[in-house]
Design a protein around this ligand. Sequence first.
Ligand code: BG6
Length: 487
Amino acid sequence: MQTDSSFTFVLFGGTGDLSMRKILPALFEAHRAGGMLADSGKIVAVARHAANRDEYLQWVNEHVKPHVSKKGVDEAAWASFLTRIEFVKIDLGNPEDFTHLRDAIQDLPGIRVFYLATGPSLFVPICHALASVGLNENARIVLEKPLGYDLKSSNAINDAVGKIFAEEQIYRIDHYLGKEPVQNLLALRFGNALFEPLWRREWVESIQITIAEELGVEARGDFYDNTGALRDMVQNHLLQLLSIVAMEPPHSMDSDSVRDEKLRVLRALKPIDPNEIGKVAVRGQYHAGGIRGTPVPAYATEPGVKPDSTTETFVALKVEIENWRWAGVPFFLRTGKRLADRVAEIVVNFRAVPHSALGASALRAGANRLVIRLQPNETIRLYCLAKQPGEGMNLASVHLDLAFDQFFREGQMEAYQRLLLDVINGRLALFVRRDEQEAAWRWVEPILNDWKASNKPPKPYASGTWGPAAASAMLAQHGTCWLEEEN
Ligand code: BG6
C-alpha cells in the first residue's frame, strides 16, 4: 500500500517498555516494508531519561534493535529508520516544557499523532499541556489501555480528553483488534455464507474464548498488582473478542458500522447478579510451580507485588448474551498468567445431531466444533466425525485445517504495525469507541466491586497448570469442559 500522507508521530513514554518492545519495532517494520510510511514522516520521541537525540538513538540501538524482526535486522533499513527519529526532552510534570515540543514540530508537514505510551494518570495532564501550546489541532491522540481503573475513572479521563480532542481524533488502542487472526474472524464470518446459518443458539451449544500466557508479571509487578487480570485482559481484550464472535453482520466495514454492532453485543451482556458472582466467576492467583520444567516463583514473591496481595492473575467467567441469536448459550471466557501453555483461541462447540442413525458415537459432544487459534500458529480447524476405516460404522473425530502461515507464506503483519498505520491513515474501525469502553466497564463493575469487598483470597493454582480447579467445575456444571481437558 503506497502512501504519501505525511505525519509527525510523537511518542510519549519514548524510553518505556512498550515503546521498546512494540511501538518502535512496529514503526521500523512499516519503514522497512517500504511504501507504508511517507518518506517525510517523522518520529519524535518524548522522554526525560535521555539528554539529547544522540543519547536517545544510543538507547534505541541498545534496547529496540533486539526486538525488531525475527528475520534479523536489515542494517541499511535500520540506519535509514534512525534518520526519521527526533528527540525532545520533556519533564511531563512541567507543562512549560511543551513549548519545546511545539517549537520542534510546528513546521513539520502532515497530521500529528500523539501516542501516549504512559500510565493513564498522565493522559489528562498531557492533553492539557498539548492544548496549552495549540497542538491539539490537526492531530490524533492514541491512548493505551488500561484507560482508567473502573467506570468512574475511565469516564473522568474520557470527559477530560473529550474536551480537548473530538471523538474522531481519539484512538483507544486494544492491540488484540489488530491481530491478523482477529481480522480473519471477520473474514470467516462475513465473507462466507457457510457458517452464518449455524452461528446462533439453535446450533451452537457453547463458546469458549481463552487467552492463556506462560509468562508471569515480568518487570510489571507494581503496575499489575494494582490492576489484575480482570482489568488487564477481560475488560478489554476478552470482551472485544467476544463482541466480534457474537456481533451481527455489519452493514459495511466502516468504523462506525463495525463498532455499532460490537456495542450492541456489549450492551446485551446479561448483567452480573451480585449474589451469583461465585457461580459465574472464578479468580485465581499463581503460586510457585514450573513452566516447561523450569521452576518459577509465586506471584506474591514477584518484584513490586505485595506479599499479601489478593490481586487475581487468572479469571474464568460464564457470560450470557441476552438477544435472539445467543439467548441461553454460555460463553466461557478465561485468561491467566503462568498457565500451562501460551495460547489464544476461540472454540465454537456446535450441538450434536438430534438423533443418530449411526450409533452412539455420533452423539459425542465436541465432534462438531470450530477452533479458531489466534496464537501461536494461526489456524482454523473444523472438527467433524468420519467413519473409521474397516468393518462396522465406528465414527472418529477428524479435522480440516487451514494453517495461515502455510497458505499465505508472507505478508503477515504484527498487530501494532497495523494499528499504527491505521492511526496515521485515519482509520478508526479497529479502535475502541468511548461507548464500547463504557459498556465493558459497566459490565465488569459488579465483579470488581465484589472482589474488592470480599475478604476471600483468590484461589491458588500452581504455575504451569490450567488454573484453579473451580474453573473446570464451572464448566462441568454445564456438562462441558475446557478444550484441553478433552485430550
Ligand atoms: C497486554 C497485557 O495488554 O496484553 C499483558 O497488559 C499481556 O499483561 C498482553 O501479557 C498479552 O498480549 P499478547 O499479544 O502477547 O497475547
